[in-house]
Design a protein around this ligand. Structure first.
Ligand code: BGC
Length: 449
């Protein structure tokens, strides 16, 4: 492989993120047409929307644990195949039952990609730029969500528009499949399987010659530790990583990110904006999400992850309180009635610059090699489960308690700051092997730090 291949490797390595974003984002618009076309009850609509999340929970655990056995690349190929097949199946589904089944199958690929992409990117990247390269995953997720919003807008008035919206995802899936055929396997996984020579060749194409030997030695040294399985995830020295992985994954959802992303039009409509401007503002939120993620690429390897997460939580607390409080003050100053639009934008700004990318980056960093696949998989399962819980609960909670619900998210963000302070260790600028060594020395008590 030539040096030229770097951009190719990181682009295709992250492309699964685009499908993750598109397939989760597209349903918010498509459901408006599916429900009339298929005459769905409110409950059936809920199932159609959340079926992808259910599939993602299964896919994240299944596909990622298979990736420890069969390799990262093979499982990306399997996911790309499922993406393509299941998005076409959902586009052609003749009834609600088949639509739900195909969305669950599609979800397994989404869950698989959500675990495989951060895993692959963090294993391919050099320590000094791992933050930025792993942020590519989040960038493509946000581009996927934005593309879905735009495609939804374009095909709103077409016959069978929702089928086009759902089927559109097959195109990037084919590109992902073809691109992945040419991707190299992760050198860290290869060394784990005793395939040093292949690993060396791949690292040579991605690094300066002088860096290759040191990196290979570091990986090999780490590799001598006992082999892992689910049991090892709970070993004393791996437990802190598991707590970080699952904790970050759950907090990323219970601070309400998808509520703001998916329900922005509802929030905007409730303060008196027209349907058209509400939908347009969704595209605006999607675009802001992409732009801020691009900016995040540039700060990710310069500022500590813990600092960014704390700033992000504080900013989101402020924005959530504003969403709740401003309309109440509009009696005194009518212009404040529009402040929630600004507050939602501010929330997205803080999320996209911090928790959006960093959660996925860090779950790819904290686990030791032998259990990295299943560790990332389990964290991803936690993320999808929390996502599902929030998605199912949000509409009824909003109806019951109203906008103080945003204060509950703010409270969760307060807890997230405490969690970061006491449980999360810093990973920026350190090689995966250094991170693993510190865990082993600090918590195994066999070797002194
Ligand atoms: C989250 C998704 C969210 C997306 C929005 C991701 O990091 O995991 O749940 O929809 O960011 O940009």
């Amino acid at each position: 492989m030539k040096k030229l291949g770097k951009a190719f490797v990181f682009f295709f390595g992250a492309l699964g993120g685009l499908l993750f974003g598109y397939d989760t984002g597209v349903i918010s618009g498509a459901i408006l047409f599916i429900k009339t076309d298929m005459m769905l009850s409110a409950f059936q609509q809920g199932v159609v929307v959340s079926s992808i999340l259910m599939g993602a929970i299964i896919g994240a655990v299944l596909i990622s644990s298979l990736s420890d056995k069969y390799g990262r690349k093979k499982m990306v190929l399997v996911s790309a195949f499922i993406f393509c097949f299941a998005s076409l199946a959902s586009a052609f589904a003749p009834n609600a039952a088949l639509l739900i089944i195909s969305r669950i199958i599609l979800g397994t690929a989404v869950g698989g990609a959500s675990a495989l992409v951060p895993l692959y990117l963090s294993e391919m990247a050099p320590a000094k730029s791992r933050g930025a390269l792993a942020t590519l995953n989040q960038l493509l997720i946000t581009v996927g969500i934005l593309s879905a919003y735009i495609i939804n807008m374009i095909f709103t008035h077409s016959v069978n528009g929702w089928r086009i919206m759902l089927g559109f995802a097959a195109a990037p899936a084919v590109i992902l499949f073809l691109g992945t055929i040419f991707l190299p396997e992760s050198p860290r996984w290869l060394i784990g399987k005793g395939r040093q020579e292949e690993a060396k060749k791949i690292l040579r194409s991605l690094r300066e010659e002088s860096e290759v030997e040191t990196e290979i030695n570091e990986i090999q040294e780490n590799n001598l530790k006992e082999s892992g399985g689910y049991g090892e995830l709970f070993h004393k020295w791996v437990r802190p990583a598991l707590i970080i992985g699952i904790g970050l994954a759950v907090f990323q959802q219970i601070i309400g990110c998808n509520t703001v992303i998916y329900y922005a039009p509802t929030i905007f409509e409730s303060i008196g904006l027209s349907k058209e401007s509400a939908i347009l503002s969704t595209v605006g939120i999607g675009a802001l999400n992409v732009l801020v993620t691009i900016a995040a690429l540039f700060i990710m390897d310069k500022i500590n992850r813990r600092t960014l997460l704390t700033i992000g939580s504080a900013g989101m607390i402020f924005s959530l309180v504003m969403i709740w409080a401003m309309p109440k003050l509009s009696g005194f100053m009518p212009v404040l009635n529009y402040a929630p639009v600004f507050a939602a934008g501010l929330y997205i700004f803080f999320f996209a610059a911090t928790w959006g990318p960093i959660m996925w980056i860090m779950i790819g960093e904290v686990f030791p090699m032998k259990v990295r696949g299943i560790g990332v998989g389990l964290s991803s399962v936690a993320n999808w489960s929390a996502n599902l819980a929030v998605a199912l609960l949000f509409p009824s909670l909003l109806e019951k308690i109203g906008t103080p619900l945003f204060l509950i998210y703010a409270l969760m963000a307060v807890f997230s700051i405490i969690f970061i302070k006491y449980k999360v260790f810093e990973t920026r600028g350190r090689s995966l092997e250094e991170i693993e060594k510190t865990l082993y020395c600090k918590y195994n008590k066999k070797v002194s730090v």
